[in-house]
Design a protein. Structure first.
Length: 192
């Protein structure tokens, strides 16, 4: 935190670096239940949960600009390299260095991804294992689940996928910028 992440965030605050936080969310077509306390047993319909919608996303730490790669199969090194290319394309005219903060998922630390990042002149920073509290995008995934999935039932996978896409579009179009600005602060909870 002190030696790698914080110095890059300080540079990003003054416009000398672009810092993205990236991670994947795997949304399984099923019931997302919030807390329900009742005396009478309640049965809630839910689909089988065999379909899933994967979103590999990256959020700019300062501007909250969002870039994603979505699919219904798997997130792998090809998905990560596609995301890296999208980030580089977004900043193709900029000479400011780019850093991407990621966790240690196998498909993110593989040779193909690190070579692609080097070729695109993107620095990859890998978080320590089991530290989602240091990845800003985890807060975004929590917001997205609350926005479109909690306590909602989608009988068809296409409706489920469309609801997630609508929430992603709210982020991309800046419709929830005020919410994101208060949620995605650069204050991280640290554990000893």
């Amino acid at each position: 935190m002190d030696k790698k992440l914080q110095p890059r965030l300080e540079e990003a605050k003054v416009g000398k670096r672009i810092v993205y936080f990236a991670d994947a969310a795997h949304f399984v077509h099923g019931a997302f239940i919030a807390c329900v306390w009742c005396i009478v047993r309640v049965f809630i319909p839910t689909p089988s949960g065999r379909n899933r919608y994967n979103v590999l996303g990256a959020i700019d730490a300062i501007t909250h600009d969002f870039i994603s790669v979505c699919n219904t199969t798997y997130i792998n090194h090809l998905s990560v390299t596609e995301l890296l290319e999208k980030i580089r394309d977004r900043h193709s005219l900029s000479i400011i260095p780019i850093s991407i903060v990621m966790d240690n998922a196998r498909y993110q630390v593989c040779k193909a991804v690190t070579e692609k990042a080097t070729a695109l002149n993107i620095e990859l920073l890998f978080l320590p294992s089991y530290s989602p509290n240091l990845n800003l995008i985890e807060r975004l995934w929590r917001w997205l689940k609350k926005d479109c999935l909690n306590c909602k039932y989608y009988s068809k996978f296409c409706e489920f996928k469309e609801a997630i896409d609508l929430s992603l579009n709210k982020i991309i179009n800046g419709q929830v910028q005020k919410d994101l600005d208060s949620l995605l602060t650069l204050k991280f909870q640290l554990f000893k």
